[in-house]
Design a protein around this ligand. Structure first.
Ligand code: NAP
Length: 253
């Protein structure tokens, strides 16, 4: 990671208490950025902040007021945000009919509404300066759909189209919008949602690799980074050959 371009940059990373977000916060700090870390668990967040020399701001992103407050606090303290890593997210595995109202609302709020609110909060400053980088951690679930993950997949599909639309809205104004589209990353994500990863392939990749892929993509001005790269194939098949995709999907899930 280029420390020349990141030295002194102000970064806000959500979901920094674990997994991909923690790895991203460490990488950014290692490259000289001033990092603000957000997450729910205050102890784990403080531990990652201590490792990275960053500032921990615990926040539950299912609450839109707290989410707006989080952005306000970082802007008050640092005066600007140069890099926003919208990474926090939660999953749910199981039939839609078994989800409670609260579970559906929490997934939509944390995975979709919060990244929108945070992007809206930091964007005016980025536009005024003519530079800024917005990273979004999507999911292959948002591109292909996954059985018994309808709400999760829906939030990630929404996030993907939101990022794409925001890119169009800000094009030519110095703003880079990058979406990471991971398949499977080796983090506590699956244990937390209550169902382990059920397949052999794609194989889980380390959280550090996912964080590097996102941050490198953001610095390089890439729109989208699939991890592993070959996941572009099923995405392309679904877009160009929907009937074939449906047959394959019915067979292989
Ligand atoms: N792991 C995978 O295979 C995979 C694949 C595709 C996409 N993703 C996406 O990658 C992102 C990072 O997940 P991960 O794999 O690193 O999982 P993780 O280790 O479980 O980390 C998730 C992070 O999001 C935070 N978070 C969750 N709900 C939150 C809420 N309501 N308010 C504030 N923070 C919240 C967690 O905070 P606390 O721990 O403090 O609660 C944690 O820091 C997520 O958006 C996920 O959907 C993961």
């Amino acid at each position: 990671m280029s420390s020349r371009r990141l030295a002194g940059a102000v970064a806000l990373v959500t979901g920094a208490s674990s997994g991909i977000g923690a790895a991203a916060a460490r990488r950014l700090a290692g490259a000289g950025a001033r990092v603000f870390l957000s997450g729910r668990d205050p102890d784990r967040l403080a531990a990652v902040a201590a490792q990275s020399g960053g500032t921990a701001i615990p926040c539950d992103l299912t609450d839109p007021d707290l989410t707006t407050e989080l952005a306000g606090r970082v802007l008050d303290v640092a005066g600007r945000v140069d890099i926003l890593v919208n990474n926090a997210g939660q999953g749910f595995a199981g039939p839609l009919t078994e989800m409670t109202d609260a579970q559906i609302q929490a997934l939509v709020a944390a995975n979709l509404t919060a990244p929108m609110l945070l992007a809206r909060a930091v964007l005016p400053g980025m536009l005024a300066r003519g530079s800024g980088r917005l990273g979004f951690v999507g999911s292959i679930a948002g591109r292909l759909g996954v059985r018994e993950e309808a709400v999760y997949a829906g939030t990630k599909a929404g996030l993907s189209v939101f990022a794409d639309s925001l890119r169009k809205e800000t094009t030519g104004r110095g703003i880079v919008v990058t979406e990471l589209v991971p398949a499977v990353v080796d983090t506590p994500f699956f244990a937390r949602r209550g169902r382990p990863y059920p397949r052999r392939r794609p194989r889980p990749v380390p959280a550090e690799r996912a964080a590097d892929a996102l941050l490198t993509g953001m610095l390089a001005g890439r729109h989208e980074v699939c991890l592993p790269r070959w996941m572009v194939l099923p995405i392309a098949v679904r877009a160009t050959l929907p009937a074939t995709y449906r047959r394959l999907s019915d067979r292989f899930g």
